[in-house]
Design a protein around this ligand. Sequence first.
Ligand SMILES: *Cc1c(COP(=O)(O)O)cnc(C)c1O
Length: 411
Amino acid sequence: MVRVNENYLKLRGSYLFAEIARRVAAFKAENPGAHIIRLGIGDVTRPLPENVIKSMHEAVDEMACLETFKGYGPEQGYDFLIEKVIEYDYRPLGVELEKDEIFISDGSKCDTGNIQEIFGLENRIAVTDPVYPVYVDSNVMAGRTGYADSMGKFDGITYLSCTAENNFIPSLPEERVDIIYLCYPNNPTGVTISKEELKKWVDYARENKSVILYDAAYEAYIREEGIPHSIYEVEGAKEVAIEFRSFSKKAGFTGTRCAYTVVPKEVKAYTGKGEGISLNKLWNRRHTTKFNGVSYIVQRGAAAVYTEEGQEQVKEIINYYMTNASIIRKGLLDIGLEVYGGINAPYIWLKTPGGLDSWTFFDKLLKEANIVGTPGVGFGPSGEGYLRLTAFGNREDAEEAVSRFKTKLSL
Ligand SMILES: *Cc1c(COP(=O)(O)O)cnc(C)c1O
């Protein structure tokens, strides 16, 4: 009798976006004429930067030609892209990396989901609450947890609550944890972390021989000075941190697929006998065994981000989204709402007015203003009483949404 991986049965259905779709469809059926503004999507909408398109076209032509055709490339990615990453993304921060510390991949979702494979099952995981669900679900699948309680918290995971009361920055855990997932700028709260706060985590990890998995998917949205773009800006972080970066939100690659993971050679995990093992070696083994590299055409597109024109074009797209974010943020502040994020991230985390729970406010916003957000509780129990709005739509919708908040919503 073949057995299933019963850990999968512990997972809860992908309730959040299915439930949003259900409620929006029901509303539409009753109000066919309503113009619904969707501020719930976590996906980019602007086309790829021109320079990226140009490079990918050239790469396609190379593939059509006997002399320049390419088959399998290095699983870890082409040097032409890795060298640019080092030069543009890390050297200006004062962070020096070697080429074999960078692994090009087809996405940070896969990387943050797969990375747990190189760690033992007995490790204690810590995640922030609210959280990007991939970190939790991938550990549930692997068998690192028990079952979820009625709030959706899995037994065996340490949840670090992030609310307005602690400025959405988690406190160090009371019990010992081995693997800590951090994401800054944060999805869903849109807040960032200061270097001092991040240093507390790096120090914790060094003292406890733990590892930090740092998701910096929204790094390109940081606009304020002094906010760390990489965890490696913190002294000692190379000993204890793995960093994930993606071209998805940075350069509109959500449908094109390219990302990378940095695993410094200093980062170690330990055997039962206490022998330190380089995680770089293990991740290299895992990556080269189970992954065959990102398409040459796509890597050429990604490399085109790292040119003068490419940098300008990326900046322009991010400015577009961040102007939306500031319009939404300012509009909501104007009417006395409590909002967070939207300054260094494309997400605005709104405290629901009048103490409404997330879903009640979601329904009210849909019904009165025909605006779709994402209920905060869908990202974890500490998201209850919040709603996420995204800045990834177009300008007209951002402006219209603010005007509806002001005129249609009864507060
Ligand atoms: C969008 C996003 C990513 C990027 O995922 P890709 O697979 O690279 O598209 C990673 N982490 C978080 C928190 C995100 O929101």
